[in-house]
Write a protein that binds this ligand. Structure first.
Ligand code: GLV
Ligand code: MN
Ligand code: MN
Length: 355
């Protein structure tokens, strides 16, 4: 096992007696979570990967091509704001100046990596996509569609496009008692109107979603008119993300002008929608079939490291495992039986690709 410069963990299984290097089949997911998150989003996919490789080797089978298990670092971006961090580093998609991003305590990504014993430059974790023959990510579904249909497994057809940003609204801090209502530039009141506009714009277009999940107010006292407000922006859509982003930008500007507060949007990630490889979809379908499941094709509204692999040109497949209780909450759940089916299906796919 090795840890790369972006803190991704890799376990490499070299085929016996191979000559030269042929591209690897990579399978895995992530181990990090969100604040007050669940135990399955990410981690179950890594465990299924370990179980599938273990089952193949235990059965005495040999890999004819290299196989790697990966646990991507900081998929959620909960600490530094950059989601899919490890796979962005591996596939050359880190946003500009990513390593200078700081957490709430002022620690930068570069510093956090150095504290782990790395050199602090995650960009050197980049891999040549030609080294990878295929990538498979097993993951809980995180929604109710499989449970509603009474099916344990599904396969992913597309992953939605995602924009992550941070909006800074600048007003003027002032005395809450002595400043009349007409003389204020209240950053939080402006931000509140922007949040409602984001909700309305996303509601107005099909499958799009828009979420503001974090907000901070400065100076943050009950008797001070808010002088600055910073909130997160999460916009997603399978189609038409650019139009939604354009409309949200315009609404933020319009509301800011009307309220005499400034606004700026810092884009942390802008990942286009990723249709997954047709051949890998077919393989995921056959893998599910091998364990007796007619797996439906589902669009993923959640982002996954699989997007970066596919966008880099690595043929990518995702297997969804039925989950209940929602996701990004401690209520999220999946059964051992469903996880075992997923590991068996994965082993089928790995045998086909690498044995
Ligand atoms: C990851 O879980 C995401 O979709 O943000
Ligand atoms: Mn997640
Ligand atoms: Mn996840």
């Amino acid at each position: 096992m090795r840890r790369d410069a972006a803190a991704n963990l890799w376990a490499h299984f070299e085929p016996a007696g191979s000559e030269g290097r042929s591209p690897s089949t990579v399978v895995g997911s992530h181990l990090d979570s969100v604040p007050e998150g669940g135990r399955f989003d990410g981690a179950l996919g890594v465990l299924c990967a370990v179980e599938a490789v273990d089952a193949i080797l235990d059965a005495g089978a040999r890999f004819r091509r290299p196989v790697e298990i990966v646990a991507w670092a900081d998929e959620e971006g909960a600490r530094f704001g950059i989601g899919l961090f490890g796979s962005c580093a591996a596939f050359g998609r880190l946003p500009d100046r990513a390593l200078e991003r700081r957490d709430r305590d002022g620690v930068s990504i570069a510093e956090a990596l150095r504290a782990l014993g790395e050199r602090g430059d995650a960009t050197t974790a980049r891999r040549d996509p030609k080294e990878l023959a295929a990538y498979i990510e097993p993951h809980i579904e995180q929604g109710p569609r499989l449970a509603d249909r009474g099916l344990p497994l599904g396969l992913v057809s597309d992953i939605v496009g995602i924009l992550h940003g941070r909006v800074t609204v600048g007003g003027r801090a002032d005395h809450a008692g002595a400043t009349t209502m007409t003389a204020r530039a209240d950053a939080l009141a402006g931000a509140s109107e922007m949040v409602l506009a984001i909700e309305a714009l996303a509601k107005g277009r099909g499958d799009a979603v828009g979420t503001v999940g974090e907000i901070a107010v400065r100076p943050g006292a009950k008797n001070v008119v808010p002088g600055e407000c910073v909130f997160s922006l999460d916009l997603r859509a399978a189609r038409g993300l650019d139009d939604l982003v354009r409309d949200v930008r315009a609404a933020i500007r319009r509301i800011g002008d009307a309220r005499r507060v400034t606004s700026s949007i810092d884009v942390l990630a802008n990942v286009p929608a990723a249709p997954l490889d047709a051949g890998m979809r077919d393989l995921m379908r056959r893998a599910a079939k091998s364990v007796g499941v007619d797996a439906p094709e589902l669009v993923s509204g959640a982002g996954h490291d699989a997007m970066n692999a596919q966008l880099a040109g690595v043929p990518t497949g995702m297997l969804f495992i039925r989950s209940t209780g929602g996701s990004h909450t401690p209520r999220e759940s999946a059964t051992v039986d469903d996880a075992a089916l997923a590991a068996d299906a994965l082993a089928f796919a790995l045998r086909e690709l690498a044995c």
